[in-house]
Write a protein that binds this ligand. Structure first.
Ligand code: PLP
Length: 396
């Protein structure tokens, strides 16, 4: 019998959780740990969003609602997505408790057993976990790294496509590298997708978090792509709403019925007062988002400058998302450290600084460390002191 554990082959997702668990264990011993491991905005959820949930609860929005999601929220999402150039209506939206369950529902809806799902390497571990749960086979396509800067290599991607390939997962801005896929690369990818008749699952959860560059383009805006692209997006990162659990998909109309049925069977609906909070997030003032983005940009700059000052570490300035993905190959070679897991453990145990081992994001993440800059300014300042001490430790 195939156990749940076997079905998940819990490699990368477990590696990520192990890092977090090790940091928490140290904290439980009373140690102060500089946590740059979790991709969670430290800012509180903006007050007007919290207030909207309170008044919705007081007004009785506490019962089952439509599995597809409230019309008010789907309308607000359609307006926001149309302003990015996505040709869609509120009928194309399905709402879920976070993006994570939506990844699974989408892959369950479009994959037959044995179908292959192309996931980026390095990439967010949730993709492989969801694909396996959906009974699909995971195939990783390599991102190319030149001078610590990542991009999608369309030729390498083409080489990964087989007759069984069914879905291509894109993520831009990208976790863990901060890469934003440029329009010209998206056009080449779209061409490939149409030739091979694939679905695209485009994870755009960081689309509101780009720095010093234009809003990231969506592949769904390219000719012929809207009907084969599933955009997933959510409120966790942009609006500091990780614990609320609110996400959604913009679907080709042919998939709306199936995904809504999966939501109905899997989670019934998304809590209505949370959905009203989402309406306030999208339709209310955007100043908090602007302020948070500005703060992340300056923390990103401080973090990457500190990382660059360490011998043997290379890092580019991420264009988006909340992470710096540092290439530590040189430092590891010089200090004879074998894996990014050992390196992250050294940082945690000797300097009480938590980051995520690059191998948690796939084989191509090995020799890297992911540092989140979604933390408070004083917390980051403390982490930078520890990073500097670690760098000095490796020089001597
Ligand atoms: N997609 C990416 C790329 C992420 O980094 C994350 C969370 O870290 C998620 C999806 C999950 O987001 P949610 O909190 O909406 O489930």
């Amino acid at each position: 019998m195939v156990t749940l554990h076997r079905r998940l082959e819990r490699d990368h997702a477990d590696a990520l959780r192990a890092t977090v668990a090790a940091a928490r264990a140290l904290e439980a011993q009373g140690r102060r740990v500089a946590r740059l491991d979790i991709g969670e905005p430290h800012f509180p959820t903006p007050q007007h969003i919290v207030d909207a949930a309170h008044s919705a609860m007081r007004d009785g929005a506490t019962k089952y609602v439509s599995p597809q999601g409230l019309a008010d929220l789907r309308d607000a999402i359609a307006t926001a997505q149309r302003s990015r150039g996505i040709d869609m209506s509120a009928d194309d939206v399905v709402v879920t408790p976070g993006v994570k369950p939506m990844l699974m529902y989408v892959l369950m809806a479009v994959c037959r057993p044995g179908d292959e799902v192309l996931v980026p390497d390095p990439g967010y571990p949730g993709y492989a976990a969801s694909a396996r749960l959906a009974g699909a086979t995971v195939r990783r396509y390599p991102l190319t790294e030149i001078g610590a800067s990542f991009s999608v290599d369309v030729d390498a991607l083409r080489a990964c496509i087989t007759p069984s390939t069914r879905v291509l997962i894109l993520n831009s801005p990208h976790n863990p590298t901060g890469m934003v896929i440029e329009s010209i690369a998206l056009e080449a990818i779209a061409d490939l997708v149409m030739r091979h008749d694939l679905w695209v699952l485009s994870d755009e959860i960081y689309s509101a978090l780009t720095y010093d560059c234009a809003a990231p383009p969506s592949i769904a805006t390219l000719p012929g792509m809207r009907d084969r692209t599933i955009i997933v997006d959510g409120f966790s990162k942009a609006y500091a709403m990780t614990g609320w659990r609110l996400g959604y998909a913009v679907l080709p109309s042919a998939l709306v019925g199936d995904i809504t049925a999966l939501v109905a069977d899997g989670s019934t609906c998304t809590p209505p007062f949370v959905q009203y909070a989402g309406v306030a997030a999208l339709t209310g003032p955007q100043d908090a988002l602007t302020d948070m983005r500005r703060a992340y940009a300056s923390r990103r700059d401080a973090l990457t400058a500190q990382l660059r000052s360490i011998d043997g570490i290379h890092v580019t300035t991420p264009d988006g998302a909340l992470y710096a993905f540092a290439n530590a190959s040189e430092l590891m070679r010089d200090s004879k450290i074998r894996s990014s897991g050992d390196l992250s453990l050294e940082l945690l145990q000797q300097y009480h600084l938590a980051c995520v081992r690059g191998s948690a994001f796939g084989a191509r993440g090995e020799h890297h460390l992911r540092f989140s800059f979604a933390v408070a300014a004083d917390h980051l300042a403390d982490a930078l002191v520890r990073l500097a001490a670690w760098g000095r430790g490796h020089r001597t």
